[in-house]
Each structure stands twice: as structure tokens, then as C-alpha cells.
Ligand binder design. Structure first.
Ligand code: HC1
Length: 574
């Protein structure tokens, strides 16, 4: 360890630490706008400047290493004046439409402007380059009038997801972030994961908002509007209302959706169980009949699009199962519509997802099992939070309620879909029992749990060694698939989720500021919520979900039946 002094107090930190890290150990927060641990340590925004005794200029704390005896001052008038100037300069080219900005109240730039009392925001106004919004992608908008060139989005796209479809264009005063050759984001091989939105400190990046369309549909007496909500939403939504990261708000979520006026409030967990029925069946079929292996999960649309773009020769490995989101819509507009005597054309299926790629998924080919689109509108967890606020629902005061039946019934296996490794674990609970014909003694497959980017395990099932792997985040997916392609690893079954940590860390979840992202295990805490719900659920295996059993008995027949294929399976493009 190295001992330094920060603001006159001794602080001890591991050698190799930066001033920023040492200050955090002493509970001193140095402001940052660009810094993201491990992926964007570029010292570009200059908000983190501090004084170091003996240094001729201010230094950037996020990249400046500590050394023995160093004396650092984080709040001198010189430091504060420099930070104020940085903010004033940023504001001089910012559109400052804070009143209606989607990030108002949750904007890292706004927060600092308040803390540093920037009441003269026009001080350096001069030339400004106005930018058109980029609305070309299915899922999001880029508004460079609010961009502060921190490059966090560029780092998330390139370093985490290994995609790199955005970067800095032009130079100097003309610099802007965008896609190469003046293309719109929608023209690139962006996979719609939204990880860029998740890290953006301002309102420069946001999902396409469909909240008004939903309010209109609910108000239309001709429409029957049902909503499904993804596993991970219950583990993230609370953050938008001030709850600590890792708070389970399942009951309040169901209550809020009912108060919003949906005709039925259902749960994607139901169709996650259905996915397991179909996918476990597909897996056993491929294993027993010499089908293409490894089978790779297909519920994450960012991952599916990535596979189509970057590993087109592996699309045959993808499970033909639609995602739970899409299966839900197909069943709602067939089985449920028929059961209730509601014309499917009157039905509007809304899904609330922690994901931005789900907005893209609903428009894919062959996602219309009942002859009408499976899902009509997909919104993010953040959009739902906005709806709840706009409707004046006091979320924190709500008493818990339950989902409606029968499409609101899900098992413990289903809810863990939202965490990396969860789909694999859920599938194993069903596939192993089907293969062995015996009841599993232990339902937890601990080897595939946890937030590591790549996990491997091997299980002896009925005399067969079943090798599985799990990857989350597309950089990790690439690493794993490259090994498979090169013959350096072989598996029977792989789960891939587009976002690091899985859906709990999806691009549509409430945003957390940089200093939280850098210091708190957000995805681990949210995943914990789902594993707790699983643990406490009396039914923990998809094939034991009574609503699913009834669906097969009365409507679909067997998993993999002709009808199941018509409604629940899809195709991919190479
Ligand atoms: Fe997911 Fe899925 S788990 S993809 O992460 O398979 O979005 O939560 O809804 O469809 O169930 C997301 C979450 C979600 C699907 C399920």
C-alpha cells in the first residue's frame, strides 16, 4: 500500500491506484463525466481535476497514479474554478432544454451544474453546430445537441460489446459522435442492445418512446390491451423510484400496471416457461437425432442479430424458439383470444422489457404466429417508470398485487431467465428430468450462476456428459464462439445474452450514474432479486407450471408439435 494525503488527511491505497480510486477509499467523491472503469479511462472531460502539491498544473484524478507522500487537494478554489469553466464550456454547445429532457433529474451534467452553481450557463455562448436527430435505428435516438463527447457510448460499443459502430467523426470543434461515412445508426450493424444508452451521462441517447401510444390504446374502448412484463423488470424498476439497487418490486409492478388501466396484467415468466418446454425438447431432439450442436439460446434479440451479422454460419445453431416476449404475444392472440372470445385484431399486446433490442425484435420476420404481429408495442423499464409518473401513480405507496391468470403464472425457473446463466439453469432443470425420467434432487446449478462473462460446466446426465457454456455481453460471446469455431472448445448447449450480466443489466433498465457503475455490482444485486424469487417460488421447474400443462393439454399438444411450431418458432437470416 501507498500512503498519501488527501485534503490533509492520510489515506492508504494499493500501489497502482489512481487519485480517484484513493479518494473513493476515503469516501471523497471526485466528479467525473467520462470515466468508466476499465473501458473509458481517458481523462478527457477534465471534471476530475485536482491539485497535487509540487505539480505545475492541475491533474486528472481518474488517470493520475498515486505515489508515496503525495499531497492532493480536491476542492481548492483553483480546482472549483476549473471545473466550473469546464461545465460552462460544455453548456455553451449544449441545447439546455432541460425542462423536458428525458434525463432531467437523472442527468450527470445537470447534477454537476447544480452542485457547482452554474447560473451563468450562457457565459461562453458563441458558435454552435446544430445537429439533426438520428432516428434511423428501430430502438433509439441520438441527439448530438446534448452530447458532451465523453465517449462512454463509444467505449461500451467497442470495448464491451466488441461491435464498434460508433466513434468520433471530424476533429476539433467539429467533432461529433456518430457512425462511419455519415451513415445513420440504423444502417450499420448495430444490434440494438442499448448499452450505449445505459452509460450516457446526459440525454444525448434515449430509447424511442412509445408511452403515448399505450395511453391512447388503453383509452380506446375498441381495444383490448394486455401487458406482459419481463423477469428483470421487477429487479430494476424500483431504482426509478428511489429504491436501492437490488429491490424486488414485483408486487408493486403488478399493482402499477393494473392502475394504469391495462385490461389484463400478465407475466413474461409464463412464456419463459413455455420457451423452456420448447427449447428443452429441441435440445433433446438434436442430441438424440444428430441435429446441429451446440444448440444456442435465442431469447436475446441483440445476441440473435449479432449472430446473424457476425457469425452467420452459426445461425443453424440458434434455437428456432422465439423469445419469451414473442411466444407470449403469439399465445395471447391465439389460445387466450380464442378462450376469451376476443378478436385478435382488437388485442394490443404491450411488453415491458429491460431491453431496447426488444423494440427491434417485434418487427422481425416470422414473429406473427397468429397471423397478426405477436407483440404490438415494446417499452423499456424506463418508459414504464415514465408512464407511472405521468399517470400520477404513487409507486412507493402501492400495496402489492398479483398478476392475472392464467398467463401471469410463472415458475422460479422462468424468473431467473433475467440473469446470465438463468436460461441454461431453467433448461437443465427440465431437460435433465426428461432425459433421466427421474426427479432432480438439487435444482440449483451453481456453476452457471454468477456475473462472470463466460462460464462453463459439465453434467453427467443419464450416462451422458453434457457440456454447457454461458456467455453474456457480446465481447464475451465472440470470444466463446471463436473458440467453438476453431475447434478449441466443444459444447452441447450454450446460453448467450447480449448484455453483460444478462437482462438485469439490459439497455432499457434505469440508468445509474458513472460513480455507481464504477463502484457497485449492479448486475449482481439485481440478479440476487431473481434468485430469491426463484428460491421462494413453490414451483421451480417449467414443466410443472400448471398453466403451461393446461396450454399443452388443451391447445398445443406436445412440445414441438405442428401447432407449437406454427406459433412459437421462428427463422433467422444469414
Ligand atoms: Fe429478458 Fe427474456 S429473459 S430476453 O433477458 O428470455 O428483455 O428479463 O423478457 O423475451 O422471459 C429481456 C428479461 C426477457 C424474453 C424472458
Amino acid at each position: 500500500n501507498i500512503t498519501i494525503k488527501i485534503n490533509g488527511t492520510e489515506v492508504s491505497a494499493p500501489s497502482g491506484s489512481t487519485i480517484l480510486e484513493a479518494a473513493r477509499l476515503a469516501n471523497i467523491e471526485i466528479p467525473t463525466l467520462c470515466f468508466l472503469k476499465d473501458i473509458n479511462e481517458i481523462g478527457a472531460c477534465r471534471m476530475c481535476v485536482v491539485e497535487v502539491k509540487g505539480a505545475r498544473t492541475l491533474v486528472t484524478a481518474c488517470v493520475y497514479p498515486i505515489n508515496e507522500g503525495m499531497e492532493v487537494f480536491t476542492n481548492t478554489p483553483k480546482v472549483i474554478e476549473s471545473r466550473r469553466k469546464t461545465l460552462q464550456l460544455l453548456l455553451s454547445i449544449h441545447d439546455r432544454k432541460c425542462l423536458s429532457c428525458v434525463r432531467s433529474g437523472n442527468c450527470e451534467l445537470q447534477k454537476l451544474c447544480k452542485e457547482y452553481k452554474i447560473d451563468d450557463e450562457a457565459k461562453y455562448d458563441g458558435e454552435r453546430i446544430p445537429y439533426d436527430l438520428d432516428v434511423s435505428a428501430a430502438h433509439m435516438v441520438r441527439d448530438n445537441n446534448k452530447c458532451i463527447l465523453c465517449r462512454r457510448c463509444v467505449a461500451a460499443c467497442e470495448k464491451v460489446q466488441n461491435i464498434g459502430v460508433i466513434g468520433a467523426n471530424e476533429r476539433g470543434f467539429s467533432t461529433f459522435i456518430g457512425s462511419p461515412f455519415g451513415m445513420g445508426l440504423g444502417e450499420t450493424s448495430c444490434v440494438s442492445c442499448g448499452q450505449c444508452i445505459a452509460v450516457c451521462p446526459t440525454g444525448a441517447l434515449y430509447e424511442k418512446d412509445y408511452t403515448s401510444e399505450i395511453f391512447e390504446a388503453i383509452a380506446d374502448p375498441e381495444k383490448y390491451v394486455i401487458v406482459q412484463t419481463a423477469p428483470a423488470v421487477r429487479a430494476g424498476l424500483g431504482e426509478a423510484f428511489g429504491y436501492p439497487i437490488g429491490t424486488d418490486v414485483e408486487g408493486k409492478l403488478a399493482a402499477a400496471l393494473k392502475k394504469l388501466g391495462f385490461d389484463k396484467v400478465f407475466d413474461t415468466n409464463f412464456s419463459a416457461d413455455l420457451t423452456i418446454m420448447e427449447e428443452a425438447n429441441e435440445f433433446l431432439d438434436r442430441v438424440q437425432n444428430g441435429g446441429v450442436l451446440p444448440l444456442i439460446t435465442s431469447c436475446s434479440p441483440g445476441w440473435v442479430k449479432y449472430c446473424e451479422h457476425y457469425f452467420p454460419d452459426m445461425t443453424e445453431n440458434l434455437s428456432s424458439c422465439k423469445s419469451p416476449q414473442q411466444m407470449f404475444g403469439a399465445i395471447a392472440k391465439s389460445y387466450y383470444a380464442e378462450k376469451m372470445g376476443i378478436p385478435k385484431e382488437k388485442m394490443v399486446v404491450v411488453s415491458v422489457m429491460p431491453c431496447t433490442a426488444k423494440k427491434f425484435e417485434i418487427g422481425r420476420d416470422h414473429e406473427d404466429g397468429a397471423g397478426v404481429p405477436d407483440v404490438d408495442i415494446a417499452i423499456t423499464t424506463r418508459e414504464l417508470a415514465r408512464m407511472i409518473e405521468r399517470a400520477g401513480i404513487r409507486f412507493t405507496e402501492l400495496a402489492d398485487e398479483e398478476f392475472d391468470m392464467p398467463l401471469g403464472l410463472g415458475t422460479g425457473a422462468a424468473v431467473i431467465f433475467g440473469a446470465t446463466g438463468g436460461v441454461m439453469e431453467a433448461a437443465l432443470r427440465t431437460a435433465v428430468e426428461k432425459l433421466t425420467g427421474e426427479e432432480l434432487e438439487k435444482l440449483d446449478f451453481a456453476d452457471v450462476r454468477g456475473i462472470e462473462g463466460i462460464k462453463e460446466a459439465s453434467y453427467n446426465v443419464a450416462g451422458m456428459e453434457v457440456k454447457v457454456a454461458v456467455a453474456s455481453g457480446l465481447g464475451n460471446a465472440k470470444e466463446l464462439l471463436t473458440k467453438v469455431k476453431n475447434g478449441e472448445a466443444d459444447y452441447h448447449f450454450i446460453e448467450i445474452m447480449g448484455c453483460p450480466g444478462g437482462c438485469v443489466n439490459g439497455g432499457g433498465q434505469p440508468q445509474q450514474p458513472g460513480y455507481i457503475r464504477n463502484t457497485v455490482d449492479i448486475r449482481g444485486k439485481r440478479a440476487e432479486v431473481l434468485y430469491n424469487i426463484d428460491k421462494n417460488n413453490p414451483i421451480r421447474k417449467s414443466h410443472e407450471n400448471p398453466a403451461i400443462i393446461e396450454l399443452y393439454e388443451t391447445y398445443l399438444g406436445e412440445p414441438g408439435s405442428h401447432k407449437a411450431h406454427e406459433l412459437l418458432h421462428t427463422t433467422y437470416v444469414k
